[in-house]
Design a protein. Structure first.
Ligand SMILES: [Zn+2]
Length: 239
C-alpha cells in the first residue's frame, strides 16, 4: 500500500501545471482517498459540557483513535481539525471536497434536559424532525441538499456503522435522518454520529474513559471497512 501511495504521490508531484494536477488528483484510486473524520466543535465552540466532560475534547479523542485504527488497516484518514481549534462548518465540508474524501464522518456527543436518554445514533441526510441547537457565531453560507445518490449512500453508510456498533456490543439505536449542515456534502456519503449522551451520568463516565473511546473507534473503523469492502471499485459512493 505504501509503495502504491508513494508512486501516486510521485506522479502528482511530477504534474507540471495546475489543471494536470487537478486531473491527476481526480484519478487517485478510491482506496487512497481519505475518509474525512470531523470532530465536532473545537476552540471557542465548546459543544456540550456536563460536569468535567466536554464534547469537543471527547469527540477529538475518538476521532484520533479512529484515524489510528483506519491507518493501521491501510485506510487513509484526515481530520477536519488537528487540535482544539475553531473550524467553521462550511470550511469542514470544503476541506473534505478539496481532499477528495471518500466519506465524511462527523463525531458529536448529545446533551438533553433529561438524564435518562442514552445510546448512539447515526444520522444521514434527510428531512429533520427537530431543530438543531443554538449556533455560535454567524451562520455558514447556505448549502443545498446533497444529490439523492449521495443521500442514499449516506443512509447505507449509517446502516453499516450502526450494524458494526451493535456487533461491538455498543448501544446503537436505529439510524435517523437530519438536515445537519455537514450532511449536505455534495460529493461523498456523509454521516453524523452522536456517540452518546453527556447528560446521562453513567454514559458520560463511559464516554470519558479511554478504553470505551477505543471500543467506539474500533467499531466505527469496522463499519467503514465493511461499507467500502461492499462498494464497487469504480465509485466513491456508487451504492
Ligand atoms: Zn455537537
Amino acid at each position: 500500500m505504501n509503495i502504491v501511495r508513494s508512486a501516486v504521490l510521485a506522479l502528482l508531484l511530477a504534474s507540471p501545471v495546475e489543471p494536470a494536477a487537478a486531473a491527476a488528483a481526480a484519478a487517485i484510486p478510491p482506496s487512497l482517498a481519505p475518509i474525512v473524520l470531523d470532530p465536532g466543535h473545537g476552540g471557542r465552540d465548546l459543544g456540550a459540557i456536563v460536569g468535567a466532560e466536554r464534547e469537543k475534547t471527547i469527540a477529538f479523542s475518538i476521532a484520533r483513535l479512529l484515524k489510528q485504527d483506519l491507518s493501521a488497516s491501510g485506510c487513509a484518514a484526515r481530520l477536519t481539525r488537528d487540535g482544539d481549534l475553531f473550524v467553521p462548518l462550511d470550511r469542514r465540508v470544503d476541506d473534505s471536497l478539496a481532499w477528495k474524501g471518500r466519506a465524511f464522518v462527523s463525531l458529536h456527543l448529545d446533551e438533553v434536559d433529561s438524564s435518562r436518554p442514552h445510546g448512539i445514533t447515526v444520522y444521514s441526510f434527510g428531512p429533520s424532525l427537530f431543530r438543531s441547537g443554538p449556533r455560535r457565531g454567524p451562520p455558514p453560507p447556505p448549502r443545498p441538499a446533497p444529490p439523492p445518490r449521495q443521500a442514499r449512500a449516506g443512509a447505507r453508510l449509517a446502516s453499516a456503522l450502526t450494524r458494526a456498533l451493535r456487533l461491538g456490543g455498543l448501544p446503537a439505536q436505529a439510524p435517523e435522518r437530519s438536515d445537519f449542515y455537514v450532511l449536505k456534502n455534495p460529493a461523498m456519503p456523509s454521516v453524523l454520529v452522536e456517540l452518546g449522551y453527556l447528560s446521562n451520568p453513567g454514559e458520560a463516565a463511559r464516554l470519558g474513559n479511554p478504553r470505551y473511546q477505543e471500543r467506539l473507534a474500533q467499531a466505527l473503523a469496522a463499519g467503514l471497512r465493511a461499507y467500502f469492502s461492499g462498494s464497487p471499485k469504480k465509485g466513491r459512493a456508487a451504492r
